[in-house]
Design a protein around this ligand. Structure first.
Ligand code: SF4
Length: 251
């Protein structure tokens, strides 16, 4: 199965550049064995994918990780999106025991006081729930874009995530933020009210600030940390997977 997924990832990766985002989603539905899960943080890219999935009744689960620390505007958008499309966005929550132990240990806002504490919080509130969201899935879809940050430039459209034994796909990988915003506007896609207030990449409220003029797109996330370490841990395997994909597809 592992070799088959590897071959499939390479084949999908080669096909994606010539296809529209909807065609990419349809190709995934037709080819990836097992359940497909799209994890959304209700950001601009994610809302475009949700629009395509719900609007075309694609058999893809739309799941969000509710950390308990999201902006009120994000919860409002969640409700608005469900009402707009008449579909439910499924939620995964942190494990109660682990969350209580975390807050006992580091306090309610401990993430400001060291990268290890911040990563511990992201692990309990995001990474562990993500693993449950993907349990049993054959494919994982995300709204990652190549130009969101330097960390993401080396990623690919589709990779074989060997650790989770699934296909991971980024259908908007080559789209620009401007093109996605234009799509959202033209198609009446509900978007987060915070985007108009300088929040481009939106995560948990205590860990996201508005951008200052000229700052890169993800500068408002964990702004107190070293620029090169600013990922929450959801996509840490991607560089390895992309490199393995590249080795396979060039053989
Ligand atoms: Fe915790 Fe901040 Fe990570 Fe959210 S982004 S899980 S509040 S450290």
């Amino acid at each position: 199965m592992s070799a088959e997924l590897h071959t499939l990832a390479g084949r999908l990766n080669s096909s994606f550049p010539d296809l529209s985002p909807l065609q990419r989603l349809q190709l995934l539905v037709a080819n990836v064995p097992g359940k497909l899960v799209f994890t959304t943080s209700l950001g601009l890219e994610d809302q475009m994918l949700t629009h395509l999935i719900f609007g075309n009744a694609l058999p893809i689960d739309v799941v969000t990780l509710d950390t308990g620390r999201l902006f009120p505007e994000t919860y409002s958008l969640w409700q608005e999106t469900e009402a707009h499309y008449g579909r439910r966005i499924k939620a995964k929550y942190p494990q109660a025991d682990a969350l209580e132990a975390l807050v006992d240990d580091q306090g309610i806002d401990g993430f400001y006081f060291g990268a290890d504490m911040r990563k511990a919080c992201c692990h309990v509130r995001k990474v562990e729930p993500l693993e449950r969201a993907l349990h049993g899935a054959g494919g994982w879809l995300t709204g990652l874009r190549r130009d969101q940050s330097a960390n993401r430039e080396s990623l690919e459209f589709v990779v074989h995530d060997e650790r989770r034994a699934l296909i991971k796909a980024n259908p908007l990988f080559d789209w620009s933020r401007a093109d996605i915003a234009a799509f959202a506007s033209a198609n009446n896609v509900p978007v987060n009210a915070l985007h108009d207030r300088g929040f481009l990449s939106i995560g948990c409220a205590p860990c996201t600030r508005a951008l200052r003029p000229g700052e890169p797109e993800r500068a408002g996330r964990w702004w107190w940390e070293d620029e090169t370490r600013k990922e929450c841990g959801l996509h840490v395997d991607d560089a390895t997977a992309a490199s393995a994909n590249a080795r396979t597809t060039t053989i």
